[in-house]
Write a protein that binds this ligand. Structure first.
Ligand SMILES: Cc1cc2nc3c(=O)[nH]c(=O)nc-3n(C[C@H](O)[C@H](O)[C@H](O)COP(=O)(O)OP(=O)(O)OC[C@H]3O[C@@H](n4cnc5c(N)ncnc54)[C@H](O)[C@@H]3O)c2cc1C
Ligand code: SF4
Length: 580
């Protein structure tokens, strides 16, 4: 069937992934003492939030020998599935500096730049509307886009720096280690189980097979980023999503370019182009261009990216191809002219904001950072919330453990009262109106900005991304043919991420494989890594068999929003981001 000849209005949620998370991902009871490892605090995820938590805990423990001793030989352990911390982290990223300054008060912004994860303070900025592929109209900077004084960083670089500091302070960072199960005993989280290594395609143990291990912890921190695997299981197991709005997602594609001429300002565009203006397509997209000056090499770099809300309806929406198209706008082309792409990556982020945040604590454990939905997507800001939440979680855990408690619920109140709770509350109703489309939703969004969140009143609802009826539209007709120099296809992009997933690894993507074409087309176009294929001889209408090339997966997480599920692959698999 030629894409565009159907209008099936099929809902991906009607074809749910074959997963029963509390059943599969929650282990009831720990293995015996001889078969497990014991740590003080287990942190799942060595990204910005998890490592902020590790570092703050170690700062507090440095002055408390008695508690340090009580936590045993491994007081703080971080489990990270990437080859190294930073390997799976990607962000814009322009960061509000206060949280990092508060975590490491003796380290200056100059030091950040020398360390290689920060690239300069924002002194000039501009926001444009791009009504067409040729026009860019500068507008006064709306409050969410104000970035004066913020710092352009790489979260991948920041994670590597935080890892080094944490290791020097005594943290055990277990890289290439996926946490695959939450261990619950007597209604309380008592640790996690690490994944097996060395299984074949059908789960059979290979020659180098190493079984996973139970890791018993006095406190567990879920810092898995955008809807983590164990976080999802915990939300279901402990009912943490009750009376909250459903989480919704956005998908960002980023490239880093080395350019001959420095970009002199930070730029955002608020669309509608390269997305479609008509509400029928349900597309809301924004882009960024951030200047990065590498202090070590003197090179001028530009971070360029595009974020699309995953509430769209046209199955042929491809965030990767929309970014390639965006680069053909004359105003962008001028910035990248004569340059060279040095990095590419993709990652989803939680978009629901305040009302979609799950309850952040459960007996024995807490949730920090993106895993807890702490992102303001109107401003595209989450890094400082991740650091802040990691720090506040560490302080609550420290207080709890000192008092011999296993509840760390004071963390929730601490978040609510901190800049994270206050900032997210202020923008609680800002993004939902865009569910009606760019034009219809725009006035309400402006009202929310103008009244600093006082209007519209009440709690605006979110609709689940996977409940959006999909149709096969014509967005794909806009995409450009990659030239390999300035615009690129998905597979050559995945190649430069250093993606290294064993060809005979078990499949970590859970989707139904016999689905209506609308669902299959949605996955095919959405996936930035080209994982889903529809056979050429598949029937024009009705169900098709989807081919899942899971070894290409860069673990962006978007499939979880549109009817599938990313589970944790074997530790060490996936991309190895350096500067994203
Ligand atoms: C495209 C994009 C642009 C953005 N731009 C900005 C910006 O300009 N400014 C800003 O402030 N914010 C921005 N954000 C948001 C910001 O990047 C995030 O809020 C922040 O980085 C989240 O940090 P985190 O530590 O919570 O999660 P992550 O960075 O996702 O880290 C989670 C870590 O946990 C690991 N992990 C997950 N599950 C497991 C498991 N089961 N076992 C072991 N390891 C596991 C992952 O590999 C990962 O390293 C952007 C986000 C995206 C996606
Ligand atoms: S298969 Fe992997 S890369 Fe593709 S959408 Fe799913 S999580 Fe992202």
């Amino acid at each position: 069937m030629s894409v565009g000849s159907s209008n099936g209005k099929v809902v991906p949620a009607d074809f749910p992934p074959p997963v029963d998370s509390p059943q599969e991902f929650v282990k009831r009871g720990l293995d015996g003492e001889d078969d497990r490892i014991e740590v003080g605090v287990a942190i799942v995820g060595g990204g910005t939030a998890g490592l902020a938590c590790a570092n703050r805990l170690l700062q507090l423990l440095a002055d408390d020998e008695a508690l340090l001793e009580r936590l045993g030989e491994v007081p703080v352990a971080v489990l990270e599935k990437a080859k190294t911390c930073g390997g799976h982290n990607l962000s814009g990223a322009v960061m509000r500096p206060a949280a990092l300054q508060s975590l490491f008060p003796d380290v200056t912004r100059e030091d950040w730049r020398k360390e290689g994860f920060a690239f300069g303070e924002v002194t000039k900025e501009a926001v444009y509307l791009t009504p067409t592929s040729k026009l860019a109209i500068r507008i006064p900077t709306p409050p969410p886009f104000k970035n004066h004084g913020n710092e352009v960083i790489s979260v991948s670089g920041l994670a590597r720096y935080q890892q080094r500091v944490a290791e020097e302070a005594g943290a055990y960072i277990l890289t290439e280690t996926s946490a695959t199960q939450l261990v619950v005993e007597d209604g309380r989280v008592v640790g996690v189980r690490s994944g097996d290594k060395g299984r074949g395609k059908d789960g059979e143990p290979l020659g180098n097979f190493e079984p996973g291990t139970d890791i018993k912890a006095q406190a567990t921190v879920l810092a898995e980023g955008c809807w983590g695997h164990l976080t999802g299981a915990a939300i279901k197991q402990f009912g943490l999503g009750e009376n909250r709005e459903p989480q919704v997602w956005e998908l960002g594609i980023k490239e880093v370019w080395k350019v001959p001429k420095p970009l002199d300002r930070l730029i955002h565009t608020a669309g509608p182009w390269p997305a479609k203006l008509s509400g029928r397509y349900g597309q809301v997209a924004g882009t960024w261009l951030y200047p990065m000056k590498d202090e070590k090499t003197g090179e001028h770099l530009v971070s360029i990216g595009l974020v699309v809300g995953l509430e769209y309806a046209d199955a042929t929406t491809s965030p990767h191809d929309l970014l390639q198209l965006f680069k053909t706008h004359p105003f962008v082309r001028k910035i990248l002219e004569g340059g060279e792409r040095v990095a590419w990556g993709a990652k989803a982020l939680p978009g629901g904001g305040y009302w979609s945040m799950p309850k952040l604590s459960m007996p024995g454990a807490v949730i920090v950072g993106d895993a807890g939905g702490m992102v303001d997507t109107a401003a595209l800001k989450g890094v400082h919330h991740s650091i802040n939440s990691g720090k506040l979680a560490a302080e609550a855990i420290y207080r709890g453990l000192k008092n011999g408690e296993s509840s760390f619920a004071s963390y929730e109140q601490a978040i609510e009262e901190s800049m994270t709770g206050k900032e997210l509350y202020q923008v609680r109703n800002l993004r939902q109106p865009f569910q009606k489309g760019f034009l219809k939703g725009g006035p309400l969004v402006n009202l929310a900005i103008a009244t600093k969140g006082k209007l519209p009143p009440g709690r605006l609802r979110w609709h689940r991304n996977d409940e959006k009826p999909m149709f096969i539209g014509n967005t794909h007709k806009r995409y450009v043919k990659p030239d390999g120099k300035y615009t690129f296809d998905k597979l050559s992009s995945v190649f430069i991420t250093g993606n290294a997933t064993r060809d005979d690894a078990p499949n970590h993507i859970r989707v139904q494989k016999h689905v209506p074409r609308e669902v299959a087309e949605t996955w095919k176009w959405m996936c930035p890594a080209g994982v889903y294929e529809i056979p050429e001889d598949a029937p024009e209408t009705g169900p098709v068999d989807v081919i899942v090339n899971y070894t290409n997966c860069v673990q962006c997480g978007a499939i979880t929003a549109k009817g599938g599920r990313l589970t944790t692959p074997e530790g060490g698999d996936g991309p190895l981001y350096q500067i994203t």
